[in-house]
Design a protein around this ligand. Structure first.
Ligand code: G6P
Length: 369
């Protein structure tokens, strides 16, 4: 009914709009009110274990796998610790030779995904320390892992994951900062600067949601397209993957996410007049590189949709449609830029008459192999 959807037409839309609250709930109790410190006992892993971790394995399926990819950029850059990311159905059969000091992290909204559980069990059997980043309290993953970091997204009903994903990113950001601190990589100032950014996130997510009218207009222009390409670099590459997955899952439009720098090795062959390419680009070290990728698409008359926190004139001129999103920092922008992409997928799917909350052939959690 409309009532259980909080007045929204679909659970997915309700859950997209719940993100500022869900993020605040995931942060609450884990950062001191003055933003000076992470509260270690709320992370599912101790200060000592974080300090001793030499290598991290991040393993998941679906949207949770995209959170793992974002985690790799965060942990390697900020906590200076090597990270391996894998899809659970691959990892479980790979016979990974773990080294001393490894930490295995399973990311799973439901805590019941069969492949993710098998990967977790393999790590446990190998006597590696394990942590689950999980949303469902009391789920199998939360019971079996040595420690659990609960995202407090609240129940997610829509099959396509939205608020669980952005809260997984928040969890990884907190773990990264805690690890950087435990390893004495961050000065107190740097550390509390990044924490102050995090505390801004719920309010900034609220701002990003205000783009909905603009996104609806865009959806009307593009909902009949057959194919989409999503491109980004660095931490925004997994955001491109997630944007494409959301569209594919609920609108059945073929969509591909790619690292922008790799497009010349394949996807550019698809680009012809009017071919929609969504660029996710931030005012960071990748900016100029992505701009030159945009020029390549422009030269082939592709239809460029840009999601960015930059107001650069060249960027705007290259874009056929430009969605400005207020940013915070390279890592947290992954959350803020995901929001308009979720809204785009949602509104395109509605215009195409698709069953948004129950897309064909998909399940909320895949408990068989
Ligand atoms: C299914 C869902 C996805 C989800 C994936 C992993 O494919 O449709 O939305 O991302 O499972 O689920 P998990 O509960 O392990 O995060």
């Amino acid at each position: 009914s409309m009532a259980e959807k909080g007045g929204y037409k679909h659970f997915m839309l309700k859950e997209i709009h719940e993100q500022p609250r869900a993020i605040a709930d995931t942060i609450r109790g884990r950062v001191l009110p003055d933003a000076s410190k992470v509260v270690y006992k709320e992370l599912g892993i101790s200060f000592e274990d974080l300090a001793l971790t030499q290598r991290i394995y991040l393993v998941a399926c679906g949207t949770s796998y995209h959170a793992c990819l974002i985690g790799k950029y965060m942990i390697e850059n900020m906590a200076e610790t090597p990270v391996e990311v894998d899809i659970a159905s691959e990892f479980r059969y790979r016979n990974v030779p773990f080294e001393e000091g490894s930490l295995f992290i399973a990311i799973t909204q439901s805590g019941e995904t069969a492949d993710t559980l098998a990967a977790l069990r393999f790590a446990k059997k190998s006597r590696v320390k394990t942590l689950a980043i999980c949303n469902v309290v009391g789920s199998t993953a939360s019971r079996e892992a040595d420690g659990v970091f609960y995202t407090h997204s609240g129940p997610e009903i829509g099959v396509a994951s939205t608020k669980a994903f952005t809260c997984q990113i928040v969890a990884l950001y907190l773990l990264t900062l805690a690890m950087a601190k435990a390893k004495r990589i961050f000065t107190a100032d740097l550390y509390s600067g990044f924490l102050r950014h995090l505390i801004m996130l719920p309010r900034m997510a609220e701002e990003a949601l205000k783009l909905e009218d603009k996104i609806m207009e865009l959806a009307k222009e593009v909902y009949r397209k057959q194919n989409f390409l999503y491109l980004g670099r660095g931490p925004l590459y997994p955001v491109a993957l997630e944007g494409a997955l959301k569209l594919k899952e609920i609108s059945y439009i073929h969509a591909e996410g790619y690292p922008a720098g790799e497009m010349k090795h394949g996807p550019i062959a698809l680009v012809e007049e009017g071919f929609p390419v969504v660029f996710i680009v931030s005012d960071d070290l990748y900016f100029d590189k992505t701009l030159s990728n945009m020029q390549e698409i422009k030269a082939r008359d592709g239809f460029i949709i840009t999601i960015s926190d930059s107001k650069d004139e060249k960027l705007k001129k290259l874009s056929d449609r430009f969605i400005y999103v207020e940013g915070i920092n390279t890592y947290l922008n992954t959350v803020l830029f995901t929001i308009p992409l979720q809204l785009l997928a949602y509104h395109v799917a509605v215009l195409r008459g698709c069953d948004v909350d129950q897309p064909r052939n998909l399940a909320k959690s895949v408990t068989v192999e």
